[in-house]
Write a protein that binds this ligand. Structure first.
Ligand code: PMV
Length: 360
């Protein structure tokens, strides 16, 4: 599908008012997206596990406006309370997606949203938040047209989510979603994420992600700034090529279930992401001392226990601990005893691979 496919919808009816609700998960990248061009076009392909427990629930009441004043009109509530400070972000999102959803200025919206994960846990809520809102608008659009295929709904939902936050486009479906043009993935696109189209070994069924909340504070450097710093970065060209190679290698790892190779790709991707931050100009470090203590403990335990526990990181200090269902009885007690003490206030989230967004 091309960009044009997402702007040429003709509506049969525009309802007076209604309510739509979606729950959409967060995701954790295995091959990381870091660096972009205009309009959230990724500099390299990425792939992620869709999560299950970390979700945003968004309910949108919409009502046709009496006076069409050519402005966006909405109230925004987070966990039941009006949040003025979130409104500029939503407005920017509405501006970016208006050309694909031309009805947006005809309505007043009341957007009610909440997260299942603790507020300011350092878990990025932009992927789940932007995708949940995009899907509410898609559900509206679906009710304005005669027939909309599930494929179109998911593709456009992902396309719109991308315009809110790049990685959000990987939250619509599950369990594995790939985004960004790649010669090795048929149907891949820079415009939206697709459900990974090849065989996946059952070892990845129910794969666990225990998220260790090392630092719940606001990040010193936002993802947007981090992406920006990849322009002119001395290692950018090689890094973007490496992501493509790692995606290619993962293809074999997904079909064979070779967890040793899985670990070496996933951990290398996490450390490379942070290496890019540390070698940007200006440079910055998002890991904390406890992030490193956790990584070292995981390496030591993996060696001793002969399990396949590994880690990945997003753009922050928190650690995602990944392990197969078949090893949970050995790995989880280790996490609780040895890793949770490194978490801020002992906080962690038990998540696992999930199937994507749900209409409520
Ligand atoms: O979607 P953004 O712009 O917040 O960027 C997310 C980038 C990483 O989480 C670090 C990597 C990824 O692919 O999700």
């Amino acid at each position: 599908m091309t960009e044009k496919d997402f702007s040429s919808v003709s509506y049969t009816t525009l309802k007076e008012e209604g309510v739509v609700t979606y729950s959409s998960p967060s995701n954790i990248a295995l091959v990381k997206y870091w660096g972009k061009r205009e309009n959230q076009i990724p500099a390299n392909p990425s792939i992620s596990f869709t999560l299950d427990a970390c979700t945003t629930k968004t309910k949108v009441h919409y009502k046709k406006k009496n006076n069409k004043n050519g402005e966006f009109s909405f109230d925004f509530l987070f966990e039941g309370e009006e949040k003025e400070e979130f409104k500029p972000k939503i407005k920017t999102f509405l501006k970016r997606i208006e050309r694909y959803l031309p009805f947006l200025k005809d309505y007043h919206f009341v957007i009610n949203t909440s997260n299942t994960f603790p507020h300011s846990s350092g878990i990025a809520s932009s992927a789940s938040g932007m995708s949940a809102l995009a899907l509410c608008f898609m559900q509206m659009e679906r009710s304005f047209v005669e027939n909309m295929t599930m494929e179109y709904f998911n593709r456009k939902g992902s396309f719109l989510s991308r315009l809110g936050s790049g990685s959000a486009c990987r939250s619509i479906e599950g369990p594995l979603v790939q985004w960004g043009e790649s010669k090795v993935i048929e149907g891949s696109s820079n415009l939206y994420g697709i459900k990974y189209p090849y065989d996946v070994h059952p070892i990845y069924d129910n794969y666990h992600d225990t998220i260790l909340l090392v630092d719940k504070g606001e990040k010193q450097v936002s993802s947007s700034v981090g992406h920006e710093l990849m322009h002119g970065h001395p290692y950018a060209v090689n890094r973007f090529a490496q992501a493509g190679t790692n995606l290619d290698k993962l293809k074999a790892v997904f079909s064979s279930g070779n967890l040793v190779d899985f670990i070496s790709i996933v951990e290398s991707e996490a450390l490379t992401l942070h290496a890019m931050m540390m070698t940007s100009s200006p440079y910055f470090i998002l890991m904390k001392p406890n992030t490193l203590s956790i990584i070292n403990s995981i390496w030591k335990f993996r060696e001793q226990s002969k399990t396949h526990v590994c880690f990945t990181l997003d753009a922050g200090a928190n650690v995602h601990v990944l392990y197969p269902e078949s090893e949970k009885d050995v790995v989880f007690p280790f996490i609780k005893e040895k890793l949770v003490p490194f978490c801020q206030n002992g906080q962690y989230i038990c998540d696992r691979i999930g199937l994507g967004a749900k209409k409520l």
